[in-house]
Design a protein around this ligand. Structure first.
Ligand SMILES: Cc1ncc(COP(=O)(O)O)c(C=O)c1O
Length: 400
């Protein structure tokens, strides 16, 4: 089934402003379907969750549907979907909880490729517990984190491996199944940051072997929200600090305060929108797999057009190795022109591709670009060939 990007674009009112959006890795644009679902949830009678009034049952249903939808998207048990404000908030919460039984001599593995949201919470929790942090380094030329970089720092004392499913800076995708298997072999848990992977790949949390998998809906056409997937049996073993009267059941035990029902309705609509990117029958999971596979093909064609075009320009340096498995995300600099200036000049040409290190501060330090950063261009479901050509034309003018 071919991917009809014009039809997809037609659902995004924001595109009427005219910019070519390469800022998706920071946060994607939102289809009208998601906005309508949020509005509908807000104008319908809703109360705290419960079973007596229609308003209570509506709140209950919104939460249950959000878990089911995310379970379908991630290939995960809906009973183990924890909803939170963001990936960062969820990771801090889980780091505090998991570190509760770490002590001196225990070890935690983090990587230099990761967004700081999957680094600092673990480093700080380890420090507080007196545990040791061990770092897995990526290859600066290829931007690849080899499995051996992680296995080299594993030991029988490793309690947790925190690793990204895909780098939000460089796009490369570590071999998560191999890394989680190695972590399990030494008795460690694997915490996978799926924020940059989920918008671009069919995710199957079980096949990845992730004990915890986190994502953020606002990166895949949804509202600002985060979700964590885990086996409910594993969640049952954990005891977060919580309010006395709040539910102790899993996954509610990990959700603090009243959930944002309207945003959850938007989250479910985003999953539904992704499932319908290409027409077809089947369960929502089947439609998601078909649609995201088609999206992947669409994005890969555009990624290669962008990558080849950028590499053909004089003075442009594109990070990483185009032959490696990666998301449709390009990071580049121009000799003699600061990334911030390239960013501003592209913006004047109606092309949104910002510059920075995008919170992947350890990766930026490894590459020596922590001060100035680099320009990042990410392809999203609504990106078309003319967007890519606008970026390339803008870059040709900047480098002329
Ligand atoms: C790879 C990656 N991990 C984590 C985060 C943090 O996500 P959140 O804003 O939901 O805390 C981001 C956000 O840019 C990201 O790209």
């Amino acid at each position: 089934m071919t991917y009809d990007v014009a039809a997809v674009r037609g659902r995004f009112p924001a595109l009427a402003e005219g910019a070519a959006h390469f800022d998706g890795p920071g946060g994607s644009q939102v289809p009208v379907d998601v906005a309508e679902a949020v509005a509908a949830a807000m104008v319908a009678a809703t109360s705290n969750r419960g079973r007596v009034t229609a308003a209570e049952r509506r709140a209950d249903a919104v939460v249950a549907e959000a878990r089911l939808a995310l379970g379908d998207l991630l290939g995960a048990d809906p009973g183990g979907i924890v909803l939170g404000r963001s990936m960062t908030q969820l990771t801090y919460d889980f780091a505090r909880t998991l570190a509760g039984d770490w002590g001196p001599g225990d070890e935690v593995v983090v990587t230099r490729l990761d967004h700081d949201g999957n680094v600092r919470p673990w480093v700080q929790a380890a420090e507080a517990a007196g545990a040791t942090v061990r770092w897995a380094e990526f290859d600066r030329e290829t931007a690849v984190l080899p499995v051996s970089a992680v296995t080299d720092v594993l030991s029988p004392r490793t309690r947790l491996v925190a690793v990204t499913g895909a780098s939000n800076l460089l796009g490369t995708k570590p071999d998560i199944a191999a890394i989680t298997a190695a972590a399990h072999e030494v008795g460690a848990l694997a915490y996978v940051d799926g924020v940059h992977l989920t918008p671009h790949a069919v995710v199957n949390v079980r096949a990845l072997g992730a004990d915890f998998f986190v994502c953020s809906q606002y990166k895949f056409l949804g509202p600002h929200l985060g979700a964590l997937a885990a086996d409910p049996a594993l969640l049952e073993t954990l005891r977060p600090t919580k309010l006395e009267p709040s539910m102790n059941a899993v996954p509610e035990r990990f959700e603090f305060g009243t959930l944002p029902y309207e945003v959850l309705a938007g989250s479910t609509a985003a999953v539904g929108f992704l499932a319908g990117l290409v027409p077809g029958e089947g369960t929502r999971r089947e439609r998601l797999v078909r649609s995201i596979t088609a999206l992947h093909e669409h994005e890969t064609v555009l990624r290669d057009r962008l990558d080849t075009g950028l590499r053909a320009l004089p003075r442009v340096h594109v990070y990483g190795d185009p032959a490696r498995d990666r998301t449709p995300t390009a990071l580049f600099t121009v000799d003699g022109i600061p990334p911030g200036v390239v960013y501003e000049r592209l913006a004047l040409a109606g092309v949104n591709a910002s510059a920075g290190s995008f919170y992947a501060i350890e990766a930026a330090r490894s590459l020596g670009i922590q001060d100035t950063g680099a320009v990042r261009a990410g392809i999203a479901p609504y990106t078309d060939e003319s967007d890519v050509d606008r970026l390339l034309t803008g870059m040709a003018e900047i480098t002329a």
